[in-house]
Design a protein around this ligand. Structure first.
Ligand SMILES: CC(C)(COP(=O)(O)OP(=O)(O)OC[C@H]1O[C@@H](n2cnc3c(N)ncnc32)[C@H](O)[C@@H]1OP(=O)(O)O)[C@@H](O)C(=O)NCCC(=O)NCCS
Length: 158
């Protein structure tokens, strides 16, 4: 994550503790492990999360993939499946995110998965030592692309 948001390196111990801490409180978050299913057995390659605000039934989307697993379509598919679950199982009305504007690969993956750009927050982040704008995006159930794979999995007759 160095250069993307942090200006200092993070230790593995700190990172691990942070993830374990987050994983303990699951009432207000969806948290998934992303698997590359083209390998045998499937390989864990990243995580997605939605941090839920129960008062208004919205949530903030977060994703990160292992560097060697990027650029293969996995991020797009993991984003789409997480939105699917958030809308059709968790019943959220809106899922939103902010992404550094120079992170064009992430923005492209989010757009392909169903997020729309809704604006920009100016000079609010850092990208490789330079201040940068953040792109704000959101997704709503009415615009979810395609049938719900999550619903079909739980109830094949739906
Ligand atoms: C952002 C991320 C989740 C995207 O997942 P991914 O699996 O790499 O993306 P995909 O393979 O699904 O690619 C989606 C699209 O973006 C394009 N793309 C991917 N990486 C790109 C890059 N570095 N620059 C420009 N376009 C890129 C792909 O070509 C594809 O578009 P196309 O189908 O029209 O060709 C992943 O790269 C990642 O974890 N990055 C580091 C962490 C991060 O930035 N998280 C987001 C913080 S908000």
């Amino acid at each position: 994550m160095v250069g993307y948001g942090r200006q200092t390196p993070d230790s593995l111990e700190n990172r691990r503790e942070g993830v374990q801490h987050q994983a303990r409180g699951t009432d207000d978050q969806l948290r998934f492990t992303v698997y590359d299913i083209t390998t045998t057995p499937p390989t864990p390659v990243g995580t997605t999360a939605v941090l839920i605000d129960h008062h208004v039934r919205t949530g903030e989307f977060i994703i990160q993939l292992n560097p060697s697993s990027r650029g293969k379509g996995i991020g797009t598919e993991a984003t789409r499946l997480t939105l699917d679950y958030a809308f059709h199982i968790s019943n959220l009305r809106c899922v939103y995110l902010s992404v550094l504007t120079p992170n064009t690969g992430a923005i492209r993956a989010y757009e392909k998965a169903g997020f729309r750009k809704i604006g920009e927050r100016r000079q609010s982040g850092y990208w490789l030592g330079q201040s940068a704008d953040e792109t704000l995006m959101d997704a709503i159930p009415a615009e979810f692309p395609g049938p719900s794979l999550v619903r079909q999995l739980v109830n094949p007759d739906s």
